[in-house]
Design a protein. Structure first.
Length: 207
């Protein structure tokens, strides 16, 4: 039975999409790409391909990613867990599950959230710029976990790809950066539309 729920933070535990979309609009003039008129399109893309999707010159993509990430860190400084997320995490921890989290964006803010909530016993808070599969492998090694002990909850295409690649139970959080259709195309083990649906997922894992 899986005993650890590991969450991607940005977009899954905290509300990131609207802030990210606004930053993309704000940077359009600087990086010379058209403003995205239909934000729904942003929820269908692989966010690793964001600069190319926007039409950022390939010579400026590295700079765009750096500026975008820094702006997002600043925007997320005061973000907190929603009441729904809080309630679900409380139930999960009292049910005997360990709760972990990974983020490379709003580090200082998440450290505050983790301290205030006391839910997170396993955390990897690093300013990493490597593929998520490798980060997940390092996480399992660091905490001496086997893949069948971990359920990974994420809101991006990359999250599902990485979880599946190393044999974790994968859950797509459809309220985050990627739309449910984009997540479903990756064939995760589960897709949830509200945080409370995670309770149904974990209740069935031991059956």
């Amino acid at each position: 039975m899986s005993q650890t729920l590991l969450f991607d933070v940005d977009g899954t535990l905290t509300d990131t999409f609207d802030k990210a979309a606004k930053i993309i609009d704000d940077l359009a003039t600087t990086f010379k790409y058209p403003v995205v008129q239909d934000r729904k399109k942003l929820r269908r893309i692989d966010w690793r391909d964001l600069p190319a999707f926007l039409g950022v010159s390939r010579f400026r993509r590295g700079r765009f990613v750096k500026v975008f990430r820094e702006r997002l860190r600043q925007a997320m400084r005061t973000e907190s867990l929603s009441d729904d997320i809080n309630s679900v995490l409380r139930i999960i921890t009292t049910s005997g599950y360990r709760v972990g989290a990974m983020t490379s964006s709003s580090l200082s803010n998440f450290k505050r959230i983790a301290h205030e909530s006391q839910y997170f016993t396993l955390t990897d808070l690093g300013d990493y710029d490597v593929n998520k599969e490798r980060v997940l492998r390092d996480f399992l090694s660091r905490f001496n976990l086997s893949p069948n002990e971990v359920v990974y909850v994420g809101d991006e295409i990359e999250d599902i790809e990485a979880a599946k690649a190393i044999g974790l139970t994968s859950v797509g959080a459809a309220w985050g950066l990627n739309h449910e259709i984009a997540l479903q195309e990756q064939r995760p083990d589960f897709v949830v539309y509200k945080p409370e649906e995670l309770l149904t997922v974990i209740s069935g894992l031991g059956e």
